[in-house]
Design a protein around this ligand. Sequence first.
Ligand SMILES: Nc1nc2c(ncn2[C@@H]2O[C@H](COP(=O)(O)OP(=O)(O)OP(=O)(O)O)[C@@H](O)[C@H]2O)c(=O)[nH]1
Ligand SMILES: [Mg+2]
Length: 219
Amino acid sequence: MKVISLNATVTESNDRDAARVRARMKKSGALLINLMSSPGAGKTTLLSRIITDMRDERIGVMEADIDATVDAERIAALGAKSIQAHTGGMCHMDAGMTEAALDALEGDEGDLIFLENVGNLICPAEYDTGAGLNMMILSVPEGDDKPLKYPLMFKESAALVISKLDALPYFDFSVEKCSERAKKLNPAIKIFPVSAKTGKGMEELENWLRERLADWRKN
Ligand SMILES: Nc1nc2c(ncn2[C@@H]2O[C@H](COP(=O)(O)OP(=O)(O)OP(=O)(O)O)[C@@H](O)[C@H]2O)c(=O)[nH]1
Ligand SMILES: [Mg+2]
């Protein structure tokens, strides 16, 4: 029986699409940020806070979900440009899907374009979307052991947002242990403990995003 492995074909094709997306974003000057996390870690809440705080930047959001339009509606209610992408059952966005979402958003004009990836700690980390920056959220109720169990997303992310910090009194979550585990996988990872609910830690994260945008436009 002849057996062929198609994994490399899929990866190579996605890498070509991702390079095209990245070149497009470089030309437009907008920084595309791929935001990943498990379901309910707080992606849409964090983005809502960023949109409210960073009124000086033009922000667009592409919401990717298997179904529903609630997240895109939450973003649109804040006055930001948003679209909802349905993945047709897929548990992640790849670069071709991201390109189609950018077309729908008309995302070539703007400062920060966020892709809220499908809630999933595994598959999204395996696909380069063409983003200039990968960022992930781990929320306090999920536990500080997640870098041990889902290492790839921590390796692929430039920043780890530890969210729902206001819930620390109710969970056995050590910010220090979690940070150590993440840094062991990815020594360069930036860690931002925040509460999108109270606003704690948001300024540091938002300043860092402004710096990343300036770097993206310089280099
Ligand atoms: N206490 C607290 N709750 C939060 C915080 N951020 C988000 N939440 C709550 O967590 C729940 C999920 O938040 P979402 O922002 O919808 O999470 P998500 O990652 O976008 O979820 P999916 O798109 O479904 O994967 C909601 O009930 C939020 O109100 C926070 O900083 N503190
Ligand atoms: Mg969401």
